[in-house]
Design a protein around this ligand. Structure first.
Ligand code: DLL
Length: 440
């Protein structure tokens, strides 16, 4: 198979290409049904609706969604484990959980019908980036309570592709399988794929010579610079897939072959962008927090779930012909942000700054400490062996360029420490970018 097949403009056979009026009619019908379901079966939602003096009949148009109360991550924690379920246990066929950084995980549930929706959006995700029956998909997302593994698995099978359910980790085996089984696509976090690129180099395997042509990367923020780096080093086309457990898992939104931001599968997930502080809805094109309503989730309907992910919606026409709106790549979460000397900083800004400098590798960590009540930040970044082996003068130049690049993008002077390749801990799943050692 050719490494980069031409852009595949799909025939108009999926809801991806529905005329907008038809899509909105479908959304309204589903929204009304799901609000009624949540009202009838979820005590917390009914209580909030009653407090706001609302009933499901108040949802007469799509715009009426803005009247409804928000759902927050804390609601899932407070009702742990099963408090937001709208189906009896006998109808629930799968549970997943996401482990937060603190305390109890959040638990999510699926009925058979919900799994059907998930399979459908994942199948459409794979099709959107040009995969089809005959492709060999190496699924290196973790199988288990994390939604990545099983979510991608069933979507790939529904597409008719061959799935390799290898799960995350064991990098050498990943490479052996990739080579011997002729994988044409890989699913994993972008940071783990970088690790695979490094390991392949170590082992003398040229990824560019393998049949691998598509990467389905998500579950963590990554930048355009990272995409360019990955594509340059591996020869595949890297696509951004977005999703979260609370809504369904992977497959809430996926890039098409135009690579211009993930299309939201709006027939199942109704998106809004709100102002972070006021909670007021923002028009398309403006950046704010993504709020999602599941239009078909039976077991655990999520009404106006505040994702904490920051993005903007685009209703501009995409060349692929899909009528589904796109989200701007999610580079940051409102709770990812750290404040240094009064300035808000996001890890993605640092990633962009680092990757602009020749000689750096895309592996970095941001360490926050506190000295005499002052917050300090040190950016640790791996540099190439060539840089490390070079003269002191050359090393200093790279360090200076790094400091300058960070300062230009964040407005802050940060300490930069260059470290040897392979010193920063690799993750098989989501990379941990910020190490906060400040004692609160
Ligand atoms: O990470 C689901 C997933 C699996 C998505 C595989 C894509 C691929 P959670 O563990 O619940 O679910 O984490 C969800 O991860 O709110 C975002 O902050 C972040 N995230 C997910 N995809 C992307 C992406 C899965 N493409 C949280 N870009 C979300 C940026 C992402 N952040």
């Amino acid at each position: 198979m050719k490494k980069n097949s031409p852009i595949n403009f799909h025939p108009v056979s999926t809801p991806d290409f529905l005329p907008v009026e038809q899509l909105q009619a479908l959304q309204l019908q589903r929204l009304q049904a799901i609000v009624q379901r949540a009202y009838d079966h979820v005590a917390l939602f009914r209580k909030r609706m009653n407090e706001a003096d609302l009933t499901p009949e108040d949802v007469r148009s799509l715009d009426d969604v803005t009247k409804l109360p928000f759902t927050m991550k804390s609601d899932l924690r407070d009702t742990y484990p099963f408090g937001l379920f709208a189906s009896p246990m006998k109808d629930i066929v799968r549970l997943h959980a996401s482990t937060g950084t603190t305390g109890k995980p959040i638990v999510v549930a699926y009925t058979k019908a919900d799994l059907g929706v998930w399979e459908n959006v994942m199948m459409r995700s794979f099709a959107a980036c040009g995969l089809h029956a005959g492709d060999v998909i190496q699924n290196a997302y973790g199988y288990g309570l994390f939604t990545g593994g099983l979510g991608a698995h069933y979507g790939a099978e529904a597409l008719g592709a061959t799935v390799i359910p290898i799960s995350g980790g064991n990098t050498q085996r990943q490479l052996m399988v990739m080579k011997d089984f002729g994988s044409t696509a890989i699913c994993c976090t972008p940071s783990y794929f970088l690790h695979l690129i490094d390991e392949a180099q170590e082992l003398g395997i040229s990824l560019k010579e393998l049949p691998l042509r598509v990467g389905v990367f998500g579950a963590e923020p990554w930048t355009e610079s990272m995409r360019r780096r990955i594509e340059h080093d591996s020869g595949l086309k890297a696509y951004d897939i977005y999703g979260l457990s609370e809504i369904i898992g992977p497959g809430v939104a996926m890039e098409c072959q135009c690579q211009s931001g993930p299309h939201i599968f709006e027939d199942w997930f109704y998106p809004e962008i709100i102002d972070l502080k006021s909670g007021k809805p923002l028009p398309d094109g403006e950046e704010g927090e993504l709020v999602l309503t599941t239009l078909g989730k039976q077991a655990m309907p999520m009404i106006r779930y505040r994702t904490r992910d920051i993005t903007a919606l685009s209703s501009e026409k995409c060349e692929c012909g899909r009528t589904l709106r796109r989200i701007q790549r999610i580079g940051r979460r409102s709770d990812d942000m750290f404040i240094i000397r009064g300035v808000n900083v996001y890890p993605s800004q640092i990633e962009t700054a680092l990757l602009k400098v020749e000689g750096t590798l895309p592996h970095y960590q941001i360490v926050l400490t506190r000295e005499r009540d002052l917050d300090q930040v040190e950016v640790q970044v791996e540099v190439t062996r060539e840089v490390f082996g070079d003269t002191v003068g050359a090393l200093e130049t790279v360090q200076r360029n790094l400091g300058h690049s960070i300062e230009t993008l964040t407005g802050l002077h940060m300490k930069v420490r260059m470290v040897q390749p392979q010193t920063i801990t690799r993750s098989e799943g989501k990379a941990k970018r910020v190490i906060d050692q400040r004692k609160m």
